[in-house]
Design a protein around this ligand. Sequence first.
Ligand code: ADP
Length: 561
Amino acid sequence: MSLFNGNNQRQDGVSGSELRAVEHNVFGGRRILWAGLAAVLLPLGVLLALQYWWLTELEQNSAIAREATLNNYLEATTKEVYYHYYKISERTLNLPAELFTKNKLEKAGSYFKKKEVKGARSLFVLGYGEKENRLLFFNPETGVMEDSGHSDESMAVWAAASPWSFMRKKGSKVKSAALAADQHNPGTRIILNPITDENWQLVGLAGLIIDEAYFKSTVLPEAIEFSLPKFEDANTDELRVVVRDGRKKQVFPEGKKAAWEKDRARRGFQFVFTDWSIALQGSYASPEKWARVNFTYNMTLSAVLALVLLGGIGLTIRTALREIKLSAMKNEFVSNVSHELRTPLSSIRVFGEFMRRGKIEAPEKIREYGSYIETESRRLTQLINNILDFSRIESGHLSYDFQATDLEELLAGTLATFSIRLRDKGFDVEYSEPAEPLPEVRLDANAIDRAVANLLDNAVKYANGERHIGVRLQREGDEITIAVSDHGIGIPKEELERIFDRFHRVSTGLVHDVKGSGLGLSLVKHIAEAHGGSVKAESEPGRGSTFTLRLPIEGPTGEAT
Ligand code: ADP
């Protein structure tokens, strides 16, 4: 036995360094993987963040642009209104000063008559005389200037003219002859044109009273309509203009009330109706809207791309990790297998040498050494068979030869072959034979022999000092079960499935001390399944394991090879 130990240490030295190299590779490989992942994810993150920032910026800028566009539109509309009233006032109210200085106020009628005045409720002149001030209204039907007495309109005009009357009284000069609007009384809005003599002295006022109904029905809609074509690049179809009076009462459009909060832009009128407001509501196919759509589209696209990319990276990492693990397992496999091969070989060589030199003469010693050589050769054969089977499975060339077989006889043969090794190592095998004689089973005798040998081999390898092995053969309905149980180190619950994977070896507990290829159970599983059966492990760590091979009596359905 000391021979094995001596060899073990030597082999362990070699395989240990190999393993460290493998671990280093694996670790190094993972580091490179993480670095690669970071190299992809970081720029991706930066790109996404930049794009987000960029698009938000664009959206904000577009919002400002939209604000400006809407305001421009409203300004254009209010300017139209302003031009309208300024134009009619300039055209109508520019009367010669002599009418006032030479007391010919009645003549104003002939001037007014010639002009077509759209949007004025009444036209009037107010003359400041030596003795009295006179206010005459134009009668459009007769074309004559008339004294209106104490009507509401004349009261309103007197009130509107009072600052001018005050100036006149004071004798101050009127420096600019600009039109003035008086809107103290919202029901009577007045535009006044101060008339001055050559010395800039105020001699009178020509004025008009605005027709509010005409403003609402004609001036306003025309102004709105007129300003729209200037924004033809914007889709103004869905835009609504809302006009409200000084008390915020909606005057345009008539009908459905537009909520104040929904105004997207609002401003007051210029010159006349200054207490009114004009606003825009509704959606606007503006650059902002385009930017928002663009934003959502771009962000969604980026998110989808990022997800796909991450998925790809995830898959690559998974594959790479698997490859790394597999390569580590393969390296470990090579190291283990070379150890498994060398150990029996060196025993055989040493015993053979002893015998050749004739150093051993006692017949019982010769028998003992002979049996060592036989056992170790069998181990070698089993290992090589396992490797060959594995390579055949991998290349898809492993075939089975199913024959009706007496399983009791087969099992007895397998146990007999094993008995020397078992006996030498001090194991006792308790064989429980079936209660009734078994029918013949369709199976590949060699394959089943190898499967059971693998199970027995494991029972010995992982015995951990408990040298009692149980083998039970019995029938369960249409199936035959072969159970191999030991009282060894056992297998953790979470490993029970995985131990049947190729190369998989339990990495915890005592199993570390035992060398193996990690192929045995994967072959057992393959063989069981090829027979239409199964293999299952039950175990309690520290107390032992039972492996049960289940084979249908009829053999595999279809008898695939
Ligand atoms: P190997 O024994 O060559 O490592 P196997 O495929 O035969 O490969 O077994 C896979 C693993 O299952 C073993 O490494 C061991 O950890 C565990 N195992 C198998 N049989 C037993 C058993 N009887 N008792 C405890 N553990 C076992």
